[in-house]
Structures are given as C-alpha cells and as structure tokens.
Design a protein around this ligand. Structure first.
Ligand SMILES: *[C@@H]1O[C@H](CO)[C@@H](O)[C@H](O)[C@H]1NC(C)=O
Ligand SMILES: *[C@@H]1O[C@H](CO)[C@@H](O)[C@H](O)[C@H]1NC(C)=O
Ligand SMILES: *[C@@H]1O[C@H](CO)[C@@H](O)[C@H](O)[C@H]1NC(C)=O
Length: 300
C-alpha cells in the first residue's frame, strides 16, 4: 500500500510532464520529407503520426528537413508486430559525405514471440565499428515507446523510455575523433535485411505477412538547427528549440551529463540487457581494443 501510494505520488508529475512534451511535439509534415518508398510512407492525423511500410518491392523512409549540430531527439515508435523476421526499422542521425558522423538505432525484427534486437552504432569522422546490441525489457510492438539520442559536446547518449542504455563519451583528449564538426539530419526507414537481421540471417522474411508496418509519433527536437546557408559548418548559428513556442527554450541538454542515478541505471541495463559489446569482443580486436573502450579513457 505504502509502495503504491508512493508510486502514485511520483507518477503524477511524470504524467503532467508527458502531456507538456506531447503538446509540443513536432508536426511530421513540417519537419520531415518522405525520401523513398512513395505511398508506403504515410503522414497521418494532420501531421501527428507517420507510418512506414515494407513489401516485397520496397521499404520506405523519411528524413528531417533541418540539419542539427547537437540536440536531444526523441521519437516514439511502435515496431512491426507479429512475425517481423528479416525487417529492420531504423532511427538515426547522419551527416553527409566522406568521413561522416552517424548515431544509429536499428531494430532487428524476429519471429512472433522472439525478442527484437536493438542494434546501436556510432561513427565519428568516418570511423564506425562500435556496435552494441540490447534486448528490450518490454514488447516494442504492443505500444509506443520513446527512443532518444542526446548529442552534445560531452557525449552521445542513447535512451529507451528515458533510461540511458549507452554512452559514447567525447574522448578527443586521447585521440578519438568526436562528432562535433558535422551537422546531421534525422532519418528513419523500414527495410528488408533478411540476409543478416534475424539470428544472423538464418530466418528469412515471410512475405505472406507483408506489408510490414512501423508507426511513429511525438517527434521532438530540442536542438541546434544548422542554417543551410552557413559557410562555417563548425559553428552553430543559433540555438533553437524547434518545437517550444511559448516557453523559453530549454537548453539544459547542451551540457547535460549523466548524474549518479543515471549512471547506475545505465550500468544496470547494460548488465541485464546488453547482448553484444564491441568493447569486449577480443576476437575482433586481437591487437587491443579501441582507445575509447578503456575505462580510463575519460574522466567521469
Ligand atoms: C501540420 O502541418 C501541415 C502542413 O503545414 C498542416 O496542413 C497541418 O494542419 C499541421 N497539423 C497540425 C496538427 O497543426
Ligand atoms: C530472435 O530470437 C532468437 C531466439 O530467441 C534470439 O537468439 C535472437 O537474438 C532474436 N533476435 C534477432 C534479431 O535475431
Ligand atoms: C528556429 O526554429 C523555428 C521553428 O522551427 C524556425 O522557423 C526558425 O527558422 C529557426 N531559427 C533558426 C535561426 O534556425
């Protein structure tokens, strides 16, 4: 009883907060362009929701109109239900051109009842090979859940329902390139990767289940929008909260670090749900792990 009372008390402010965030979510029509898949990508409810679909002929995808240099990007996804083996839904940030930067969430489908894998990666100035994979602690096909990327000069943090699951720190001090020079757009797609996605490619896509559909809602970017006219891509012309209109923009994300509580949660999630970490894959790095894998790589 005491516990549920306490639960109610902490839930209340959270609900209020969720409503506030919900009310400032972006309009998909205004923030994004459908880039491929034609009618397979649909903007619904006056811009409040978007669905991507995949069939035998094609997947589909969209990208943000804006380019950002740092930000906190939230989106809610409901993944392909049922037998989603072979399908991959993505939500990522990427710059363009050679030596690009990229922050990836990829959701690898599975047979009904078998777990999705959340595959993550970080590229900095062209260097990737930094995969970490996780199982989720819920069924991502039943409801919408929030997947976020926090990207600031200190680190890149991946969140699931506001729980940090991965942190990539700025380790420039020890010679690891960081994502701080190239603006990135936000992308999303649904496509077929039956060659590798499910149990390493053993399980193929069952096309009798097509079309496969992933749904999106509540995109929110508290971010620095890069002006397309800017001649110096290394500076961000102005801080901008693309969504908040009434209140002054909240910029705490720009120097937000993980507090002790978040670090604890991160460690707990990694202990229970991480299924692959390049930083412990000694077969792959016989000559030693990349420098950012060292515990001593940055002060924390
Ligand atoms: C979203 O943007 C589109 C295009 O500008 C507009 O027609 C639509 O009314 C907007 N939706 C909402 C909920 O404001
Ligand atoms: C699919 O389910 C199998 C069996 O539980 C599991 O080994 C695998 O990690 C799951 N996910 C993917 C994407 O293969
Ligand atoms: C700030 O965001 C608003 C709303 O998205 C946009 O119209 C405006 O151009 C942005 N300002 C800058 C300087 O990027």
């Amino acid at each position: 009883m005491a516990y549920s009372l306490f639960g109610t008390m902490v839930m209340l402010p959270m609900l209020v907060l969720a409503c506030l965030l919900g009310s400032v979510s972006s309009n998909f029509s205004e923030e994004f362009d459908i880039t491929w898949g034609e009618e397979r990508a649909k903007i619904l409810n006056n811009g409040e929701a978007l669905t991507l679909s995949l069939d035998k002929n094609s997947g589909s995808g969209f990208q943000s109109k804006n380019e950002y240099l740092y930000g906190k990007f939230d989106i809610q996804l409901k993944l392909v239900p049922g037998n989603s083996a072979g399908t991959v839904s993505t939500y990522y940030l990427s710059s363009q051109g050679l030596n690009h930067d990229e922050v990836d969430f990829e959701f690898l489908g599975n047979l009904s009842g078998d777990p999705y894998i959340v595959h993550t990666n970080v590229y900095s100035q062209g260097k990737g090979d930094r995969e970490q994979q996780f199982y989720l602690w819920f069924d991502p096909t039943q409801d919408f859940h929030t997947y976020s990327v926090l990207w600031n000069p200190l680190h890149v943090v991946f969140y699931v329902d506001n729980t940090p699951i991965r942190e990539f720190k700025n380790s420039e001090a020890i010679g690891v390139p960081y994502l701080n020079k190239q603006p990135m757009k936000v992308y999303s797609s649904l496509w077929d990767a039956e060659d590798w996605a499910t149990r390493g490619g053993l399980i193929k896509t069952d096309w009798t289940q097509a079309p496969f559909i992933t749904s999106f809602q509540n995109f929110k970017a508290d971010a620095c929008i890069q002006s397309s006219k800017s001649s110096s891509p290394s500076t961000c012309s102005s801080l901008n909260s693309s969504t908040s209109s009434s209140s002054s923009p909240d910029r705490t994300w720009l120097n937000q670090e993980l507090d002790l509580k978040s670090k604890k949660r991160l460690r707990r999630v990694q202990k229970k749900f991480m299924i692959y970490n390049y930083c412990t894959d000694s077969k792959r790095f016989p000559q030693g792990f990349p420098p950012e894998c060292s515990k001593k790589s940055t002060k924390s």
